[in-house]
Design a protein around this ligand. Structure first.
Ligand code: SF4
Length: 258
């Protein structure tokens, strides 16, 4: 029966102004993630048994309380594509109720992304490209030593599907000092994601609880570094490059800006 599929969720934010540029939205956090990024700020959501099971129909009722204020729903995690049947059902139900649907993904499940695109149940995908797509680098950044090849192969396929699609595709790269903070790295990412709607360079913040506590000693990169890296991406031909920092929030960086 439709709506009877259950999903395990770790949280729900009724109203967000920052998760979907230019849209008021609700945010649903799915439990479970297959990556182990040392800088992860949602570490509790990595556990697939965290949170509570809910039927998709109950979840839709909860989210609908936000109408008519909200225009859309962002489904994030964890990694929401790991609960694919529930995710597809939820996206479909939200669209049937006139809401926009966005998902955040780490790109590791290309079959899920292809299915969501085929079924036309998402309007926007925000995908992490955490580093240049080199297996030896990527496996370190996502905390999966020895799995670099499979992770990169999956991410390549996800990107291919998304960059061919007509929907809004936001690419996110976290700038972490000592790990991903070099102009050459941003240049490589920008080259690979050309054609995306927007590239957002995000500022690593050590304040929250992090999966690897040793990352707490790393300082947040300065806004001025993110601005310089954004200009590298602009020079590679990405039209819309933004930075997200604690100091300035989400800012679009223009070619002419100082
Ligand atoms: S930061 Fe990494 S480990 Fe944490 S939820 Fe995202 S992809 Fe998973």
């Amino acid at each position: 029966m439709r709506g009877s599929i259950e999903v395990r969720i770790g949280g729900l934010v009724d109203l967000s102004t920052v998760d979907w540029p230019s849209k008021l939205c609700s945010v649903v956090f799915f439990s479970g993630c297959n990556f182990r990024c040392p800088f992860c700020q949602n570490a509790k959501l990595i556990d697939p048994s965290y949170g509570k099971l809910m039927s998709v129909s109950d979840l839709v009722k909860l989210v609908e309380r936000g109408k008519p204020l909200i225009e859309g729903v962002v489904i994030t995690g964890g990694e929401c594509t790991l609960q694919l049947e529930g995710l597809v059902e939820l996206c479909r139900a939200l669209k049937e109720r006139g809401l926009g649907v966005g998902i955040d993904t780490n790109g590791s499940n290309p079959k899920a992304i292809e299915r969501l695109l085929e079924e036309k149940v998402v309007d926007r995908v925000a995908i992490d490209v955490k580093a240049p797509l080199k297996p030896e680098v990527y496996e370190r950044v996502v905390g999966l030593p020895g799995h670099g090849n499979e992770v990169v192969t999956a991410l390549e396929r996800s990107l291919d599907a998304l960059l061919r699609s007509p929907i809004e595709v936001e690419v996110r790269t976290l700038i972490v000092p000592g790990l991903v903070d070099q102009p050459e790295q941003v240049k490589e990412v920008a080259k690979r994601v050309k054609g995306c709607t927007r590239l957002v360079l995000q500022q690593f913040r050590p304040e929250a609880e992090l999966l690897d506590p040793s990352f707490k000693s790393i300082k947040a990169p300065e806004r001025v570094l993110l601005l310089a890296l954004a200009k590298v991406a602009l020079r590679e031909g990405i039209e819309n490059v933004c930075i997200r920092t604690k100091e300035g929030g989400l800012e679009r960086v223009r070619r002419v800006s100082a």
